[in-house]
Ligand binder design. Structure first.
Ligand SMILES: Nc1ncnc2c1ncn2[C@@H]1O[C@H](COP(=O)(O)OP(=O)(O)OP(=O)(O)O)[C@@H](O)[C@H]1O
Ligand SMILES: [Mg+2]
Length: 314
């Protein structure tokens, strides 16, 4: 079931079409990733969905409500974590979260409880009294997230929440987002980090210059450009090794597209499939070749982007 449906969205800034007939839908209880380079139109799309920006054309529904007609009801469903950190420097962490949660109508005991829970959620429970100017960049990002989610929204929208944070904070943020999804929230997540999107998103839309380039699960997207992956097996070849007959044998195995031998490294191009790699490795073991190392080159979303647009993602 689609929780968010964006249909032919157009948003212009003067002569510039920032979002150009963009359509996608987000299933309830899933993490949907919007991936694209700088200026692709990710923030603009999110700002439209969160009702912060008006739009020129298109239809948007959220939880069955029409964005043009039901703005007030829709606003209550959404928690937004903006790309530019939006917190008050003169308020401490707890006061910041309480302030943003109170905008959604939370009061009294509930306001306090939900705010503490949000700070615990992002790992800032020990920093409740700390003001943002004494925080590290990663802590400010986490506080920014706590402010957006404290009222326990059904739809959480995060615009590049991990920019400028260290690996540990990033892992914490990514795990928290998955936990929010597991608790039932629907999440829209933008990034230009391909790896992050691959790691946490159930479905991904790749956008460029305001347009949808491709949409699907990661394997679906990768299969649009190739069905082949490459494995490199480093081995110790026996003396007087008969490479021709070995090549022939490997080439005849199901799924194998090509074999090349470079010194002691055997490169095998093989169809992406569940057991294909296992069968190749087993063949090496059965032949009695010692395996020194195995590396594989799996096509990723960078490859997809490059193939579809002729440019690098970043
Ligand atoms: N308020 C604005 N006025 C005019 N142009 C804008 C405005 N906001 C965004 N743009 C332009 O719209 C295009 C899309 O910008 P947007 O911020 O949506 O991209 P983005 O995908 O979020 O990029 P980034 O990864 O850098 O955050 C860009 O060309 C940008 O310069
Ligand atoms: Mg942006």
């Amino acid at each position: 079931m689609s929780y968010v449906k964006v249909d032919n969205l157009v948003k212009k800034y003067g002569d510039l079409t920032a979002v150009d007939h963009l359509s996608f839908s987000v299933s309830k209880g899933k993490i949907f990733g919007l991936l694209g380079p700088n200026g692709a139109g990710k923030s603009t799309t999110l700002n439209v969905i969160t009702t912060l920006t008006d739009f020129d054309k298109g239809e948007i529904t959220i939880d069955g409500l029409d964005l043009r007609k039901d703005k007030t009801k829709i606003k209550k469903l959404i928690g937004m974590v903006p790309q530019d950190i939006a917190i008050y420097t003169h308020l401490n962490a707890f006061e910041n979260v309480k302030f943003f949660a109170s905008l959604y109508g939370l009061k009294g005991k509930e306001l306090t409880e939900y705010s503490i829970e949000a700070l615990e959620f992002v790992g800032l429970q020990d920093k409740m009294k700390l003001k943002p100017k004494k925080m590290s960049g990663g802590m400010r990002r986490r506080l920014n997230i706590a402010c957006g989610i404290a009222h326990q929204p059904k739809l959480i929208i995060l615009d590049e929440p991990t920019v400028g944070v260290d690996t540990q904070s990033r892992e914490h943020i990514l795990n928290s987002i998955q936990l929010l999804r597991d608790r039932g929230a629907t999440v829209i997540y933008t990034s230009h980090y391909m790896q992050e999107v691959e790691e946490i998103c159930d479905r991904i839309a790749i956008i460029d210059r305001g347009q949808l380039i491709a949409c699907g699960t990661e394997p679906e997207l990768v299969s649009m450009v190739t069905d082949v992956q490459t494995i490199y097996i480093e081995t110790r070849l026996p003396y007087e090794f008969d490479s021709e007959s070995f090549d022939r044998k490997i080439k005849l195995m199901p799924g194998v597209k090509g074999v090349t031998l470079e010194d002691s490294v055997i490169r095998v191009d093989i169809s992406i499939g569940e057991d294909n790699i296992t069968r190749i490795i087993q063949e090496f073991i059965d032949t009695g070749f010692p395996i020194i190392s195995i590396n594989s080159e799996v096509p990723n979303l960078d490859t997809l982007f490059l193939t579809l647009t002729g440019r690098e993602l970043r």
